[in-house]
Design a protein around this ligand. Structure first.
Ligand code: ADP
Ligand code: MG
Length: 360
């Protein structure tokens, strides 16, 4: 790569931004590592764009600090922050060619023409659009436009790349293909990237770490595996992946569901109510020869709904206790799904290691 990118760490401390009574950002603190792909994931209105724009310098927080490599940026205007940006709606110049669009940030920086030519051609190669330099923007597909926007964002060697829902205008197939391409591009460039999405699967697919944001606060920060396997609140458990929730009863240091002991934990906060989060794929339907054992947790119930979804199926199981659990099933011809009917009485098990407990 000739694009000469040096990645940078970002340190955000106690950032607050209010619009009237609404806290778009509420004392947000977040350290983003140099070269990391970090995703801000949250529902619409949770403050993702506000945080991204604060990093870019397009909005001014009421209080708090944003440092790039230990240097305070809060008063630095956007054009001096050297960040590349990609938006959902591309924000390309329709009357300019692909070449002119990508070359624009270099022209703005008064780069000599031969250098512009070389860098734009490098960038075009990186986004696999080498044959499209002279096309007009309206002669491109959505995916190609987004590649141009991407090339324009990194052609000048930004120290940080910020992307706000860049793929949400694309259809599902193309979106999934572009997710992989963006991930590969990030690996190639190594530039610190902050990516915004409301799509949990996209976040799991692309990120080194995910910051789950809700009502202007970061609820949880972790790798995709940590966030999925150990959500620390019902919001995170519900927002990422599919979950069933079972309210638990506490007796001393033990938590029970009905007569089944779920966990013993001496450090349990006794003033809180606790619930168990169950991921549908962690449950299995047991067959007649199965023997109950202490490494598993067991449930009994009846199938109330079966839904074929192609590569997998979903069973909704009504437990004896009245609660419902979703169970993910394989659709291979020999497997459970093809031998089950609604109304069947079944036994379920899951490994104790997959137990997730959250305050509720
Ligand atoms: P997201 O990108 O997660 O959808 P935003 O950062 O755009 O969320 O918005 C966070 C909150 O701040 C929302 O309640 C939104 O209505 C409010 N907000 C954002 N920008 C403005 C603005 N310019 N004026 C007033 N309220 C705003
Ligand atoms: Mg937004």
């Amino acid at each position: 790569m000739k694009q000469n990118i040096t990645s940078l760490e970002i340190s955000i401390k106690d950032l607050t931004k209010r619009y009237g009574k609404i806290y778009a950002l509420d004392t947000v603190s977040l350290d983003i590592k140099a070269g990391e792909f970090l995703t801000l994931l949250g529902p619409s209105g949770s403050g993702k764009t506000t945080l991204l724009m604060a990093i870019a310098g397009f909005n001014r927080p009421d209080s708090g600090s944003i440092k790039f490599a230990n240097q305070e940026m809060i008063l630095t205007p956007p054009h001096k922050r050297e960040v590349g940006m990609v938006f959902q709606n591309y924000a390309l110049f329709p009357h300019m060619s692909v070449f002119e669009n990508i070359g624009f940030p270099l022209k703005l920086r008064k780069a000599p023409n031969d250098q512009i030519k070389e860098k734009v051609h490098d960038a075009l190669k990186t986004v696999q659009l080498s044959d499209y330099a002279n096309r007009k923007i309206d002669q491109l597909s959505g995916g190609q436009r987004q590649r141009v926007a991407l090339a324009r964002a990194f052609v000048f060697g930004p120290r940080i790349l910020l992307m706000d829902e860049p793929l949400s205008a694309l259809d599902k197939k193309l979106r999934e293909q572009m997710q992989i391409e963006l991930k590969q591009l990030h690996r190639k460039l190594g530039v610190t990237t902050v990516y915004v999405t409301h799509d949990q699967r996209e976040a799991l697919t692309m990120s080194d770490r995910i910051a789950v944001i809700n009502e202007g606060k970061i609820e949880q920060l972790g790798t995709p595996k940590e966030i999925y396997n150990s959500p620390n609140s019902s919001f995170v458990a519900d927002f990422i992946g599919e979950s069933s929730f079972l309210q638990l009863n506490r007796k001393g240091d033990d938590l029970y569901f009905s007569s089944e002991k779920i966990i013993t934990n001496k450090k349990l906060n006794k003033n809180k109510e606790w619930a168990m989060v169950i991921r549908p794929e962690r449950l299995s339907i047991v067959n007649k020869s199965y023997r109950k054992n202490s490494s598993n947790i067991h449930f009994s119930g009846e199938i109330s709904e079966l839904v074929f979804q192609g590569e997998t199926a979903l069973a909704l199981v009504k437990l004896m206790e009245g609660n419902f659990l979703s169970v993910r099933l394989s659709t291979k011809s020999s497997d459970d799904f093809n031998n089950l009917k609604t109304g069947n009485k079944i036994q379920l098990c899951m490994n104790r290691k997959d137990v997730i407990i959250i305050p509720h």
